[in-house]
Design a protein around this ligand. Sequence first.
Ligand SMILES: NC(=O)c1ccc[n+]([C@@H]2O[C@H](COP(=O)([O-])OP(=O)(O)OC[C@H]3O[C@@H](n4cnc5c(N)ncnc54)[C@H](OP(=O)(O)O)[C@@H]3O)[C@@H](O)[C@H]2O)c1
Length: 323
Amino acid sequence: MKAWRVHEFCEPEQMQLEDIPVPEPKAGEVRIRNHAAALNFFDILLIQGKYQVKPPRPFTPGSEVAGTIDAVGEGVEGFAVGDRVQASALGGSYAEYSLAAAAKTFKIPDAMSYEEAAAMLVIYQTSYFTFTKRTTITPGEWLLVHAAAGGVGMSAMQIGKAMGARVIATAGSKEKLDFCMEQGAEAALNYRDASWVDEVKKITGRGANVIYDPVGGEIFDLSTKCIAPEGRLLVIGFAGGTIPSIAANRILLKNISVIGSYWGGYCELHPEFMAEAQADLFAMYEAGKIKPIVSQTFKLEEAITALQALGTRRTIGKVVLTI
Ligand SMILES: NC(=O)c1ccc[n+]([C@@H]2O[C@H](COP(=O)([O-])OP(=O)(O)OC[C@H]3O[C@@H](n4cnc5c(N)ncnc54)[C@H](OP(=O)(O)O)[C@@H]3O)[C@@H](O)[C@H]2O)c1
């Protein structure tokens, strides 16, 4: 089968498209004939060797996939060849076939396309996890979502809104701000313009009750200036490339909480969470409350171009490889 391979940590441009054997599912695993594989920002960090998890080389990048069941390993129940599924891929998804643990494979609703299904897993699980296990949202609270036109940002806007939050979005271009308003944000602010901090205070009165931050750096720092007393500042990621620090007196004086939210780490300790969350997310999808927006698709062979688009902030919502 065709698969992208990383032999040593490198830039995405140095990945190789190779012919490798189709993998055999072990006990408890399924093999998927891939139709779509979604890109995540952390795929770039993983390829570069800059992510917190460093896989043994060579490896195939990509963590989420959708397609049809092609083979089932020993002891797997509930799946048959031909079932339409999405999964968290074991050993990569930028390939024609992927393996996945049956426990991390889910049958998808009939109305859901493979592109949507591949795009849905990581980002919606992350925001659902954040808003159910790391904090809660009380209807009417102000939720400020940074990088809201990106993958996790889009899911946070949609899930937050479905839970009753009033959403303020930030993003870095007019096109992205328009997207956020179409997604139901009440205000969309360009965080390349420093006035966004005062705007948040003006709109909310006392500041945002919940701030969802996948960017880090200065954006995190400035967020402490427009968070409401007793607010929750959620640490999601560092797409801006700088891991921020915070002086403990700022946490104390406004009675705020700074909360880490790492979905992958939680699932390792609580493997049952993924299926529970996915059941709720499918129900929200079928009720029309959430919808993954795939703004661009690329062929498997174009994975490098797709990663370049993602790494240079040119994408909106999710980017998916079609296979
Ligand atoms: N905690 C978790 O469990 C979890 C799960 C998934 C992802 N993450 C993390 O969340 C972050 C975002 O992931 P994603 O999949 O949403 O990525 P994405 O779709 O690429 O969106 C990231 C957005 O960040 C903004 N950004 C700001 N500074 C940037 C920079 N220097 N380079 C690139 N983008 C920059 C860009 O929006 P603008 O152009 O509007 O600024 C970009 O669209 C990553 O750090 C990822 O590792 C965390």
